[in-house]
Design a protein around this ligand. Structure first.
Ligand SMILES: [Zn+2]
Length: 91
């Protein structure tokens, strides 16, 4: 596996995952904006991502918002959303 290819994408903000490419068995990278998985070695791309992946991504984004939100009303809604997502993630 080419480490140089990986570092190029990591610099762009891609995240290294523990999943392996179905084609060449290289570790897959994740596009932080679309959540799509991508193999820098053979170019394989996932078009779809699992519900769990989307939910945990949303969860992280809400948590980030929560940490800077000061309006109690908005805080309430953020906390409510977190609770709902947690329920879904446990499924
Ligand atoms: Zn591959």
């Amino acid at each position: 596996m080419s480490l140089k290819k990986y570092s190029e994408f990591l610099k762009k903000g891609y995240v290294l995952t523990s999943k392996l490419c179905p084609k060449c068995k290289s570790p897959l990278l994740k596009d932080p904006r679309t959540n799509a998985l991508f193999c820098p070695i053979c170019g394989w791309k996932s078009i779809e991502f699992t519900e769990q992946e989307v939910l945990s991504d949303v969860y992280t984004r809400i948590l980030t918002k929560l940490s800077i939100e000061e309006d109690p009303k908005k805080l309430y809604y953020l906390l409510k959303s977190l609770k709902e997502i947690k329920k879904l993630l446990k499924k």
